[in-house]
Design a protein around this ligand. Sequence first.
Ligand code: UD1
Ligand code: MG
Length: 457
Amino acid sequence: MTSLSRSEALSLFAISAAGVAIISNAFQGDGNPVVASLAFSGIAFSATYAMIRWLGNTFMKAGLKGTDMSKLRKVEIPETMGAVCAVVYLLCIIMFIPFPFYKDIVAATSGGGNKDYIQEVHHVETGRFLHRFPHNKLAAYLSAILSLQSIVILGIGDDLFDIRWRHKVLIPAFASVPMLIVYFVDFGVTQVVVPTPLQQYLGDLFNLGWLYYAYMAAFAIFCPNSINILAGINGIEVSQSIVIALLILANDVLYLPPFTSYPHPATDAHLFSIYLLLPFLGVSCALLMHNWYPAKVFVGDTYCYFAGMVFAVDGILGHFSKTLWLLFLPQVFNFVYSAPQLFHIVPCPRHRLPHFNARTGLMEPSTATFRKPPARPVQAVLKLLGELRLLQVKTDNKGEVVECSNMTLINLWLVWFGPMREDRLCMGLMAFQFACGVAGLFVRHRLALLVFTQDNL
Ligand code: UD1
Ligand code: MG
């Protein structure tokens, strides 16, 4: 497991070689940055795949390991492999910087590489043409890198020291400051379009002012944490991120030709999103191949925070954060459903992942036990949820609630569909994630016209 097989090594080498060839070609001709980004993603995939193999033992020696609780044999496997993904990803998007700006660099400097373009010296000295360079876009890109780097530091810190929930929950808000500043200077739109039925009261646009920044910071807190709490079975953290990323990409493609006529005002923002997501998919696929049931490595909190922040940065700087909520519906549900445990109204054990039944080999809902009976209103709500089949509730002979299933979407799935093997559970939840996302996008682009005057497509 620590080295690559011959066929793996050959395939990874072929992918990387093709990537390098495409990238060097992109710099010579009129290369398309999207193609270069695809090539970078291929290289990112190969590098992550190989490094996860090579670094497993090193991570274990450094204490970055965990026990898979849902297996018969309780062996330790490397944890925090998301750190490998994050580092490869960051290096990739840093190396990618010149590509989307190549044409601007050529035009802004004295010909630099463009042989037919001659610029007079005094223009260069006074910098008159330098304004053609899209500094604002570069700033957005750099701020995305800065925000992602900050979140990776938090993630690794959490995996190393198990930072307490109440301490770490706000850190993504600090990590989002660089991109919020760029948003403020570059875009600065804090108005939201008012749905048609409300327009007679509020006007066409409603200015949220600083609240809009608070909303975006809250979004940056939500995305990383929501992925981290929809976790605990092999493959789920990575596969939910891949499903979300694919759906965002599908939405991005709708803003590119031939789907829209170029130039469309939103094209550049969606290209930005594509550049951030393609390498993310590359590193995530390499990780999923090692984290899928039966897992050989764990992703760690680093991956959950990193993935969530990629989406937050992407949605905010790509100006589609409201659409992104629609792709996060299962995560939103899981968060709301978890709230009683997160806020300690119902006891919250350290781990809420489903219970592995060693006799059947299947996953069952795990439970939280009440040490003393909860208050009357809490009992009433829990019993109601039990009646509605939204929770498994156990009462004693006096009718007092003594136990309930842990409040996560993963456990609820098991309450609904009965015990099942870990990989089937993950696949079911991913099908659900995909279906919700597709429905969300359909609502966004079709049904939104019922309450808004136009779709921005
Ligand atoms: C979050 C969840 C916790 C869940 C945990 C699992 C909340 C508030 N917290 O905590 O309920 O149990 O994630 O990731 O909802 N593990 C497995 N199999 C897997 C993945 C993880 O057994 O497929 C175990 C391993 O022992 C691993 C540990 O979970 O070492 C990682 O837990 P960690 O990410 O530190 O938990 P939290 O993020 O704090
Ligand atoms: Mg975690």
